[in-house]
Design a protein around this ligand. Structure first.
Ligand code: MYR
Length: 280
């Protein structure tokens, strides 16, 4: 059985890595002043932040159409028997559901769709594990079992510099208590049951980052083998400094630096920073 691994652009797996690991990808879209871009294809993260900085009108995002996903699955059906598709959380995007619908339209391909209940490089960790297993000839069922097991240790916490992007984009749940004071707080956020909710209300950006690091350190101190990612929205130097500091302190953790690209950046805004991890 030959299994392809499919994901979407919000895993932000760089193109050279996608090519090397043979990972297939469907892009989400970002609409800036009536112009639509497929992220990771037509628009890079760096260009995106430069283009929208200072704009009053926020960009908009959209999931890949069912047509685009069906086309991708049809293309894969020529070379593969099965597909494991790993998507960003179903609580923040319709991408997962669109692949479930598209899978029904393609004949002769065994499609397993996995809701990562997260996004970005943390979703990328699922993709990486799935790819290693597919390359070793493991079945889609075995891959899905492994991904479900991973979910028990996957965690991610992040902060945004300006909460109004998430609020205006309608992707912030359970925040009634803080919307009145939106501009004063830098809450630490996380995912609960597929949705983004505030984890803790914090006043300054510096303290929020410290708290996110602390949450990671609580787990890293247990000493088990882990993978972790520091993800930033155009805050590379600071993210790198955090990563190097944590890497020195926790050599048993495999770190990767990553970024919030155009689609996720639309909802988090420039300056967001997060840490995600799982136990290997
Ligand atoms: C769509 O239009 O379908 C895409 C909507 C994407 C919403 C993104 C919300 C922020 C996600 C933050 C992920 C942080 C992971 C560590």
């Amino acid at each position: 059985m030959k299994t392809a691994i499919l994901t979407d652009s919000t895993a932000y797996i760089p193109p050279d890595l996608r090519e090397r690991w043979n990972i297939h990808m469907v892009p989400l879209n970002v609409l800036i002043k009536n112009e639509s871009y497929r992220e990771e294809i037509d628009l890079t993260a760096d260009d995106f932040y430069d283009m929208v900085r200072g704009d009053v009108e926020l960009p908009k995002t959209s999931q890949p159409s069912i047509g685009v996903i069906t086309e991708k699955l049809e293309e894969l059906s020529r070379d593969y028997d099965a597909v494991v598709a790993i998507h960003l959380s179903s609580g923040i995007s319709g991408t997962y559901q669109a692949t479930v619908t598209a899978a029904d339209m393609v004949e002769g391909l065994d499609v397993h769709v996995f809701d990562s209940e997260i996004s970005c490089m943390v979703q990328g960790f699922y993709v990486q594990e799935a790819t290693e297993m597919a390359n070793q000839g493991e079945t889609p069922e075995q891959i899905i079992e492994r991904l479900k097991h991973m979910k028990t240790s996957v965690q991610a916490y992040f902060m945004v510099d300006n909460l109004s992007h998430l609020h205006r984009g309608g992707r912030l749940s359970g925040a009634q208590a803080i919307v009145g004071s939106l501009l004063q707080v830098k809450p630490v956020l996380h995912f609960v049951d597929t949705k983004i909710v505030p984890f803790e209300k914090i006043r300054t950006s510096k303290k929020a980052i410290k708290r996110v690091k602390g949450l990671f350190e609580e787990v890293a101190e247990q000493g088990e083998p882990m993978r972790a990612t520091i993800i930033h929205a155009n805050r590379k130097e600071e993210a790198e400094t955090i990563m190097n500091e944590l890497q020195d302190k926790y050599p048993h953790v495999e770190f990767v630096l990553s970024y919030f690209g155009p689609v996720i950046g639309t909802h988090l805004g420039e300056g967001a920073l997060g840490i995600g991890w799982y136990k290997k």
